[in-house]
Design a protein around this ligand. Structure first.
Ligand code: CA
Length: 235
């Protein structure tokens, strides 16, 4: 890391705050802390951190509201947000991702996992995601995804996909490691003459995995949340 990245932690539980603070500082980050949502929004606007770790359960305005406010403001809208969530909060995770959060970590978590997620999100922030409109060819895990030709090859072999299956795959593969909710997939894939429902997304995924054979494993189900294309080799 050439320059110190700044991370703002918004968390009301002191022991968790201290644990994250300790690990981030040790890893070379500059750390800011807030124990309420209001304070978090204010600090983010003043200090412009590179990333925000945001607990969803906060006194006063909750984490989702904080996320909404941050993403709506021009000065903070671009800041990456990783949500801290509790088990069973899948609906809130979905809402948070749709509001623009980059990722989430479920409590209890290991500091190592949190640090890995932070690194991945910061790394993604530095490389702009493939723009679906730019129709770039994606090469990943021995797969070649060619949007201009609606064509996929795995280990040189051409796979026949329907148009919708292709768009779903292209969307997921354009941002490896990124969790997409069903709503985000529907929104991105739906054409003028198509209406894709949440359930239909699951059906498309089943079809995709089957056609991709052993490469189907790279499309990961994130239970209760959505789908993600693996950024790990040999996942
Ligand atoms: Ca909390």
């Amino acid at each position: 890391m050439s320059e110190k990245k700044t991370i703002l932690i918004v968390e009301d539980e002191e022991d968790i705050l201290a644990l994250i603070h300790y690990n981030l500082t040790r890893d070379g980050y500059k750390v800011l802390t807030a124990t309420t949502g209001e304070q978090g929004v204010k600090l983010a606007g003043e200090q412009h951190p590179d990333l925000i770790i945001l607990d969803l359960m906060l006194p006063g305005i909750d984490g989702l509201q904080v996320c909404r406010e941050l993403k709506q403001r021009e000065s903070t809208g671009h800041i990456a947000v990783i949500m801290l969530t509790a088990k069973g909060e899948e609906a809130d995770i979905v809402t948070g991702l749709e509001l623009g959060a980059s990722d989430y970590v479920t409590k209890p978590f290991s500091p190592r996992v949190l640090l890995a997620r932070i690194k991945a999100v910061l790394r993604r922030g530095e490389q702009p995601p493939a723009d679906p409109d730019a129709e770039q060819v994606i090469e990943l895990h021995d797969m070649l995804i060619h949007p201009g030709r609606n064509e996929v090859r795995v280990s040189e072999e051409r796979i026949d996909l329907t148009y919708t299956e292709f768009r779903v795959l292209y969307l997921l593969a354009s941002r490896p490691g990124w969790v997409f909710t069903r709503y985000q997939i529907v929104n991105s894939v739906r054409g003028d003459d198509y209406f894709v429902t949440d359930r239909a997304v699951d059906v498309q995924i089943v079809g995709l995995r089957r056609k991709l054979g052993e490469y189907g494993k790279y499309i990961e189900t994130v239970r209760g949340v959505g789908y993600r294309f693996s950024d790990q080799d040999g996942a």
